[in-house]
Design a protein around this ligand. Structure first.
Ligand SMILES: *Cc1c(COP(=O)(O)O)cnc(C)c1O
Length: 428
């Protein structure tokens, strides 16, 4: 069976599962048990599932804390003083960066602010920021407050790119032409690598090149891209990026975030930044001298010593990603998302007298990750409630959008088939 001969049948789903090179990984996760029917967990884009190994990783640090107290900073098997270093290379591999360009620290919105303090430097007429319309709310607030911090006006400074009238997706050509049009008025481009609402993946390389061509800095919020998309931040020349650890990266609610700064900036001590002691040169940190001497690379943006318990959860998950490899994850992502799309289209045909199911996510797998956003025309919240009742954990956005994401590490083709059954039953 190839990708083009999907059938919305249990046999087909089972055959695909049997051939899935990542099938064993499902067993490494706790699948929720609170539903009456067997769960279909399709919200790995919101909160990834708990790796079973997490308990052991946390226990190791609790034991070290009990045994060593403060001396755990140096005596623990993974010394807390440099605990973040255990995550750097693994996180760098996931986003396609050099280890020096990545650090795991803080939370996502915090990191976005810290990076924009450095990379949004309005000067003269170069004050504008290009962002996506209806960006994730936290990003909107972060962008607005950055503009205000510089005493600038939000309406003049924030340039939002929206889908054209009657369309759901943003046309990349509209982003590129706005970049060219603003030219030397453009200070920064900051958009989500994958749009959280539609699941649209942007061509980060082309956008970065276009921004650089007019002298702007380009950064991405990778909340919906990290652990989902095969990223090459370094090669694409992206200036900065941040992501959270708890969506596709399965690293616990509110878990730690990653940040990336391209090496061309990473060794520039002159960049303005908000500083804290953990970003200070490691060799002389405890001399506690006045004046800030940043560490080389992304580590120089750290403020605080690492929250080791939360970091240990992230390490557990990153070890699973390392074992699976982003290449295999990417292959399954495209295949399972296409299968799910096929199932939905098949259901859509059968319920067409009651409801039109429209997938607004791009059809081209190069333009999306693992998420499908479905508009259920003619249906309302009761459809979603019926789905939930049947055992589907998905995400609902008013007035009638259902967002689902088959996470390649733990979702199965059979999950997709069962989702189709539940969807059809919920619409009847
Ligand atoms: C999930 C998400 C966030 C959440 O930010 P936190 O600081 O982790 O609460 C921000 N931006 C985007 C685009 C997201 O998808």
């Amino acid at each position: 069976m190839t990708m083009t001969t999907f059938e919305n049948t249990l046999e087909c789903a089972k055959q695909l599962d049997a051939k899935d090179p990542l099938k064993e990984f499902r067993n490494k996760f706790h699948l929720p048990t609170f539903t009456t029917n067997e769960v279909v967990y399709f919200t790995g884009n919101s909160l990834g599932l708990q790796p079973k190994s997490v308990e052991q990783y946390i226990k190791e640090e609790l034991d070290a804390w009990a045994r060593y107290g403060v001396e755990g900073h140096f005596l623990a098997e993974k010394p807390w003083f440099s605990y973040h270093e255990f995550l750097t290379e693994k996180a760098a591999k996931i986003v396609g960066a050099l280890p020096e360009e990545v650090v795991v620290t803080h939370s996502l919105t915090t990191n976005l602010h810290l990076l924009m303090i450095s990379f949004y430097q309005p000067k003269g007429k170069r004050t504008k920021i290009i962002c996506e319309a209806k960006a994730f709310p936290s990003d909107q607030y972060a962008l607005e407050s950055q503009v205000k911090l510089h005493g600038l006006n939000i309406e003049d400074s924030l340039v939002e790119i929206a889908p054209r009238e009657g369309e759901n997706l943003i046309r990349e050509e509209d982003i590129l032409s706005k970049i060219a049009e603003l030219g030397d008025e453009l200070a920064m481009v900051m958009i989500g690598g994958v749009n959280y609402y539609t699941g649209q993946l942007f061509d980060m390389k082309t956008i970065t090149e276009a921004g650089h061509a007019v002298g702007a800095k380009v950064g991405f919020d990778l909340a919906h891209a990290a652990g989902n998309i095969n990223l090459k931040l370094h090669d694409w020349g992206v200036d900065f990026a941040a992501w959270c650890g708890y969506k596709y990266l399965n690293s616990s609610p509110g878990g730690v975030s990653g940040m990336y700064v391209h090496e061309r900036h990473a060794y520039n001590p002159e960049l303005p930044r908000l500083a804290g002691w953990w970003g200070y040169d490691k060799e002389t940190r405890f001399e506690m001298k006045p004046g800030f001497n940043p560490m080389r690379g992304a580590e120089g943006w750290q403020l605080s010593n690492a929250p080791v318990i939360g970091m240990s959860v992230h390490l557990a998950s990153l070890d699973i990603f390392e074992e699976a490899g982003m290449d295999r994850i990417g292959e399954k992502r495209d295949q399972i998302t296409s299968f799910l799309e096929h199932v939905i289209e098949d259901v859509s045909k059968r319920v067409s007298d009651k409801c039109q199911l429209e997938i607004i996510t791009p059809k081209d797998s190069k333009k999306r990750g693992a998420q499908l956003s479905i508009v259920a025309h003619g249906q309302g919240r009761s459809l979603f409630d019926a789905l939930t009742e049947l055992g589907v954990v998905a995400d609902w956005r008013e007035p009638n959008v259902i967002r689902i994401a088959p996470a390649p590490l733990y979702n199965s083709y059979e999950d997709c088939f069962r989702f189709g059954k539940y969807l059809e039953a919920a619409i009847q």
